[in-house]
Design a protein around this ligand. Structure first.
Ligand SMILES: [Fe+2]
Length: 123
């Protein structure tokens, strides 16, 4: 896993590689968010989602990725309140000209997660 930039373009990743990239993203952008949206919370949700997914017999890789990205919308919405990201243009560049559709982190997160996964040609 390369250090530094976590939003690099790289197609044809395995599930494990994509999870590593998302975990690096979580470390970089979620670490100083509140307990309810921090990296530990996101990882806990992902573990529980996979556990439930095993019972429900669903695509566990898809569930894990979705759960790991479920709070990604909090990151840009929290820039005004937290230090992380404010001095780092990488995520802002990634967002580009995307206008955030609202202050609803679920709605913003869906938009960002789609863009995040599209860059890796994730189905
Ligand atoms: Fe959450």
């Amino acid at each position: 896993m390369p250090s530094g930039k976590v939003l690099i373009m790289n197609n044809s990743l395995s599930h494990t590689q994509l999870v590593e990239i998302i975990n690096a993203f979580l470390d970089k952008y979620h670490s100083d968010l509140s307990y309810c949206h921090g990296a530990d919370h996101v990882r806990r949700v992902a573990k529980l989602a996979v556990k439930i997914g095993k019972v429900e017999k669903v695509d566990l890789e898809l569930v894990e990725i979705a759960a790991l990205l479920h709070d990604i919308g909090v990151v840009p919405l929290a820039w005004g309140r937290h230090a992380s990201g404010k001095d780092d243009n990488e995520f802002q560049e990634f967002l580009g000209t995307y206008a955030l559709p609202s202050y609803d982190h679920a709605e913003v997160g869906a938009l960002i997660a789609e863009r995040f996964l599209n860059q890796y040609n994730y189905p």
